[in-house]
Design a protein around this ligand. Structure first.
Ligand code: HEM
Length: 417
């Protein structure tokens, strides 16, 4: 029996709502639950769940307001709904990476790494990325069914990350694997994992990057992220704090991996679901930058971020207590009908698509957003040149996860011009 048969978004009492159940996202049946919360109880308390009690913030404006007040709503106790009970330190969620820090510490770390994904570096990377995207697209089978996710989305994302880190290109799939084992936490995915395999993988990741770091530190500075970090006075000592080192690297790998991958896959699904929009794209390639923003809104790769209240505080008439978990549901904010007309529809020339919540707001607003926008723009420019249609020919499979809105498989056939 699936979740939709067990629970009813229209009839169940609000007090029983638990929108953190991973099955809701696996079955892609979250829409009515969040719509009712936005309408009837926009700041909602769930008293019991596999992740313990938590507050849900579901309206666009409230998400923005919470993010603006980082003193009251802290990131330092973790940024995902789940507590890590696996006995390992989950680096992306431990206070060893700057996404899980508050200012002023956060600002210091972010400032030192951000030039790697700043305007100049992103512009420099574009020709290399375009070349690698073109290679991948030119080698796809035309007229045959294949899985878009593994052959294109994962591959393109792996090459982007390899470019960013100056990582050996032939080993790029390791980056994907390390990201996957980092984010696989049972309370978020509903899937048990092999802790030993995870530990061994993270160890391999740390050793590989340590080697790369020492190599780059002994060479002239280059534009890749490892070289930048190894040479910057603010970050060069990070190597002496292995957890911090691994945490910050994994943050960048995870930050860039699932998110970009799922945007590429979600974009293909969206265009197939809305054929009129696909026609608009064929007719007018100038729409691509706006379409990318709309794909990121519609897909919402990161479903939520968590904050923890540092004091008792009132939000929309609700009393949140010090220590309570506060979940910002970006997926819901992106369907907020007071901001986006006909919010469930994918509309590639939507005038305010770039007001989406998918990159967050405030001090933690996605650091890699420019790189993500560029990568997706280049991907769609190159796809449009080559193919009349990427036709989805079967059901896509989603991932059971309340943090990343993952897509596991999308069978497609390429139709040339
Ligand atoms: C469509 C693609 C992407 C989406 C939807 C996305 C989404 C997000 C979100 C929701 C946050 C947290 C925002 C907040 O708490 O306010 C974030 C933070 C972050 N993202 Fe992204 N991201 C994407 C791509 C990337 C890429 C390509 C990279 C780098 C390679 C990256 C690196 C980061 C980093 C380092 C942070 C932490 C920033 C901080 O704490 O100050 N992201 N991202």
């Amino acid at each position: 029996m699936n979740v939709s048969q067990q629970f009813d978004a229209a009839l169940d009492p609000l007090e029983d709502f638990d929108v953190s159940r991973p099955e809701l996202f696996f079955e892609d049946r979250w829409q009515d639950w969040f719509a009712r919360l936005r309408r009837e109880d926009p700041v909602h308390y769930c008293k019991d769940s596999v992740n313990g009690p938590y507050w849900s913030v579901t309206r666009h404006a409230d998400i923005k307001a919470v993010e603006a007040d980082f003193k009251t709503y802290s990131s330092a106790q973790g940024i995902v709904i789940a507590e890590d009970e696996s006995g390992t330190d989950m680096p992306v969620d431990a206070p060893t990476s700057f996404i899980a820090m508050d200012p002023p510490d956060h600002s210091v770390h972010r400032k030192t790494v951000s030039p790697a994904v700043g305007p100049a570096n992103v512009a420099n990377m574009e020709p290399l990325i375009r070349g690698r995207v073109s290679d991948i697209l030119d080698n796809l089978p035309v007229g045959e069914t294949f899985d878009w996710v593994d052959n294109v989305s994962v591959e393109l994302t792996a090459q982007m990350l390899a470019t960013l880190f100056g990582f050996p290109y032939e080993d790029r799939r390791k980056l994907v694997y390390w990201s996957d084992i980092t984010t696989n936490v049972p309370q978020v995915t509903g899937v048990e994992i092999d802790i030993e395999e995870r530990m061994a993988g993270l160890q391999d990741c740390a050793t590989t990057f340590l080697g790369l770091w020492h190599q780059r530190a002994s060479e002239e500075p280059t534009a890749d992220l490892i070289s930048m970090m190894a040479h910057s006075p603010d970050t060069k000592d990070m190597i002496n704090d292995p957890l911090m080192f691994l945490g910050n690297l994994l943050l960048l790998i995870v930050g860039g991996n699932d998110t970009t991958r799922t945007s590429i896959s979600g974009g293909v699904m969206a265009l197939n679901q809305y054929p009129d929009e696909y026609q608009k794209l064929r007719d007018n390639p100038d729409l691509i930058p706006n379409m990318v923003a709309e794909m990121i809104r519609w897909q919402t790769p990161v479903i939520h971020m968590r904050r923890t209240a540092t004091r008792d505080v009132e939000l929309q008439g609700k009393m949140i207590r010090e220590g309570d978990k506060v979940i910002l549901w970006y997926l819901s904010g992106n369907r907020d009908e007071t901001i986006f007309d006909d919010a469930d529809r994918f509309i590639i020339d939507r005038p305010n698509a770039n007001q989406h919540a998918s990159f967050g707001f405030g001090v933690h607003r996605c650091m890699g957003k420019r790189l993500a926008d560029m990568q997706l723009r280049v991907v769609w420019e190159e796809i449009r040149k080559r193919f009349q249609k990427i036709e989805v020919v079967g059901d896509g499979t989603r991932v059971s996860n309340s943090f990343i809105r993952g897509i596991r498989e999308v069978p497609v056939v390429l139709r040339p011009h």
